[in-house]
Design a protein around this ligand. Sequence first.
Ligand code: FES
Length: 573
Amino acid sequence: MSDATAGGETPRGIGRGLTDYGDPAFSLFIRGAYARGAGLTREDLARPIIGIAQTWSEFNPCHRHLREVAEAVKRGVLQAGGLPLEFPTISLGEIYLSPTSMLFRNLMAMDTEEMILGQPMDGVVLLGGCDKTLPAQLMGAASADRPAIVVTAGPMLTGRFEGTRLGACTDCRRVWSEHRAGALDAARLEAVQGELFPSTGTCMVMGTASTMAAIAEALGMTLPGMAAVPAPLAGRLRLAEAAGRRIVEMVQDDLRPSKILTRAAFENAVRVLMAVGGSTNAVVHLPAIAGRAGVALDLDDFNRAARTTPLVANLRPSGAYHMEDLAEAGGIPAVLRVLRPLLRLEALTVLGRTLGATLELVPEPGSWQDVIAPLDRPLRPEGGLAILRGSLAPDGAVLKVSAAAPALLQHRGPACVFRNLADLQVRVDDPALPVTPDSVLVLQNAGPVGGPGMPEAGSLPIPRKLLAAGVRDMVRISDARMSGTAGGTVVLHVAPEAAVGGPLALVQDGDEIVLDAGARRLDLLVPEAELARRRAAWRRPARSLARGYRRLYVDHVLQAPQGCDFDFLCAPR
Ligand code: FES
């Protein structure tokens, strides 16, 4: 790649990163010709160029308003003297992707990074929201390290059915479970299906999309208040316009992600994750983003924060309210204000100010205490997530304590093992399945390599015969992930995963398993000699991924505690 100028001066705008034709002056000439052919003037081309990474797609209904959002961003860029140029990247619609959107997060991160670096832009506005899109964009932006600001899609408004508010997809799972149990007939199921997604935007509970939006804000990568304002509201367009103005100033100040994504910022993000009862998926995404920024962030950081950060946000699936309620209560700035004594206030944000200075502008807690509890009267004294270790998960596992049945947080029971997802689908409702309410359901080979892509299959369905008997939660263990909108006593991300020979691969029907969430333990009560015998007999599952991206994925994906990034994409430390 050539530059437009010689002599050490960094090229800007249209002269950045010229196409290699062996003659940089010609490359600049022909690029200018095409730009002017697109109707741009010499004056336009003298401005800082702001890329707008667009993830609108008809395969991603959560993003269907992003073309209007992009127009608002462009107004702001033009007001501040920049030239906005919108470009497409991969968009990951959670519900439309097979086998799982997680398989493509790293592909989108590579796309985002390379398009930021490969095209002549001085700064970038990232439009994202649905689950894996924000992590991918933050990973790509951290690696590209060009001034960047995130504009999230924003949450949907809540739906209504028979007088009850609906929150996707916590209620998708609830009504499906009721249907499986025979308590909701097909006609009512179809009626509720039409009400679960009443507007554009991302899932409106504290699922993965809302969690990652809150985290993007806590990291300092968005304007204050960005995470919670509902997608259809005018306030979101005003925030998008303001982000357009701000990115031009960030370019002038050379305020890059490497100045924002520091260890302090990640500590703040983990605090917020715990305080809002956020998605377990963040325990995978945050180490991946940190890895791109060259910041060490491991599972012990999450456990330390969990022990010392109270749960203050009363949001589903852990609590009672939805994102529109959080917005009314002041959004993530209000949560940060409550958490202030626990935060690293010196962290810099996209405003070019410290978090502490930013929070000076946030009003004192007022009437919002149903949605955001004060620090001295929290909903739970500890955060919503726990990192478990033990003989079944030597490298760690994750449990969303705030969404689990308290009676199951200390539990001992016999394993009922499914070898993979196909085995689960065939046998889980078999009347002859050897399972009781005390059993521990175990799913093997659904991790990063085994899935592949670590599907959101960790919330194993309760066997139909137990559902009919009134059972609504059981201890479930796997190397898979779980949707942030789901709940239950579900142990996830067991590492090392079964497909690379972790102890999870050695579990057999009837083995005793002990979960002790208080002690942060997960143990398999099988004598070491027997485990050694099973280990010697274990064979890596056969796979037929001979070519293409999926081959690249299984050959290079890291385990869950390292964020499932590709080994060759992490920043050198
Ligand atoms: Fe897109 Fe939930 S499916 S955010």
